[in-house]
Design a protein around this ligand. Structure first.
Ligand SMILES: [Zn+2]
Ligand SMILES: [Zn+2]
Length: 135
């Protein structure tokens, strides 16, 4: 089973099965949350993932008006994932792929979302579905 953890190791997780989707997100909230140009998100059915430890949570309203709740480590601040009631993401924990302990290189994105915010020094990735905002 794929496993992952925060930087300090106080939060760990594992999930069964394959991610339903792998989505690169260019939204401004993901940029702030991770201080990076985009996030790499694995959509894992909530019942397939188990998080060990005591994540802290932060709620924010995404630019589409959808409410998101993040899970992160209170010690090292690593963002593990987020959840939302937005229709296309509701059944999933949206896992930050960069927290995988192994297998990150094998994650294959299938779409890019919020490409209207993609920074000009990044090109569209060939073969990936493109969405101006959310799918
Ligand atoms: Zn930590
Ligand atoms: Zn985003």
């Amino acid at each position: 089973m794929p496993k992952g953890s925060c930087l300090c190791g106080k939060l760990t997780y594992e999930y069964s099965g394959e991610p339903v989707k792998t989505v690169l997100c260019h939204c401004l909230q993901c940029r702030k949350l991770t201080s990076s140009a985009f996030t790499t998100n694995l959509l894992i059915p909530r019942e397939n993932i188990k998080i060990e430890g005591s994540p802290k949570h932060y709620e924010f309203i995404q630019e589409t008006g959808d409410k998101f709740t993040t899970s992160f480590c209170g010690e090292c601040a690593t963002l593990i994932g987020k959840e939302t009631d937005a229709e296309s993401f509701k059944p999933f924990l949206i896992l930050e792929a960069g927290t995988l302990d192994e297998g990150f290189e094998q994650t294959k994105p299938d779409s890019e979302i919020f490409v209207k915010h993609r920074t000009p020094w990044l090109e569209e990735m060939k073969g990936l579905a493109q969405f101006e905002t959310k799918p």
